[in-house]
Design a binder for this molecule. Structure first.
Ligand code: GAR
Length: 216
């Protein structure tokens, strides 16, 4: 089995990165992480990659005059490491349309809501304020708009009486840690592909939604 070479972009704590690192340790997992890039110096997630002996880079967006220049530096690093698939894991910068186009259908993001609801920041606070009874997380292919693009997989969690944004965030985060390895495996193995902005099952060739994975 040839594993897809994956780059991961982070900005912070990197718990989803850790979930992907753990998944990649399995012998039959169809991907390996070959590079982790943070735009934030000293992001805690970098230590997780270093502990797993994965090469890391800090490319600080503040060192670049334009978004295009920053994204060009990302591109150069990713291409220099022959990255085939890219995963945003808590990477909190919006990419330029050119970058998104170059990585089109090879670039995933995870967001802590059931998209297309609650894009952007302060997700859990807004879910609570809206009185939602379920929430969850989504892995999707990246498009120029923030938290938008064809959905690969979703997992749902209940919003419980007495929840705060923090307790809900923790429940959703646990689901994220199951969902992202599942979704990356689907993409890296070629089990799914994008057709007409929908993610299709490669065997059935139909535009059917995928079921979310069972949660532990
Ligand atoms: C995760 O909850 C992820 O879904 C979210 O940032 C967090 C990163 O946590 N991403 C977004 O909100 C993207 N719009 P982590 O650094 O521990 O993986």
């Amino acid at each position: 089995m040839t594993r897809k070479r994956v780059g991961v972009l982070i900005s912070g704590r990197g718990s989803n990165l850790q979930a992907l690192i753990n998944a990649c340790k399995k012998r039959d997992y169809p991907a390996e992480i070959v590079l982790v890039i943070s735009n934030v110096p000293q992001a805690p997630g970098l230590l997780r990659a270093e502990a797993a002996l994965i090469p890391t880079l800090t490319i600080n967006h503040k060192d670049f005059p334009t978004r295009e220049a920053f994204d060009a530096a990302l591109d150069a690093a990713l291409n220099g490491t022959q990255v085939e698939l890219l995963c945003n894991a808590g990477f909190l910068r919006l990419h330029t349309p050119g970058f998104v186009e170059r990585w089109r259908d090879r670039h995933l993001n995870i967001h802590p809501s059931l998209l297309p609801a609650f894009r952007g920041l302060h997700t859990h606070e807004r879910v609570m304020a809206a009185g939602c009874k379920i929430s969850g997380c989504t892995v999707h292919f990246v498009r120029p708009e923030m938290d938008e693009g064809p959905i690969v997989a979703q997992a749902a969690v209940p919003v419980l009486a007495g929840d705060t944004a923090e307790t809900l965030a923790a429940r959703v985060l646990e689901a994220e840690h199951h969902l992202y390895p599942h979704a990356l495996a689907l993409v890296a193995s070629g089990a799914v592909f994008v057709k007409g902005e929908r993610v299709c099952d490669s065997n059935k060739q139909a535009q059917i939604p995928l079921f979310s994975p069972p949660l532990a």
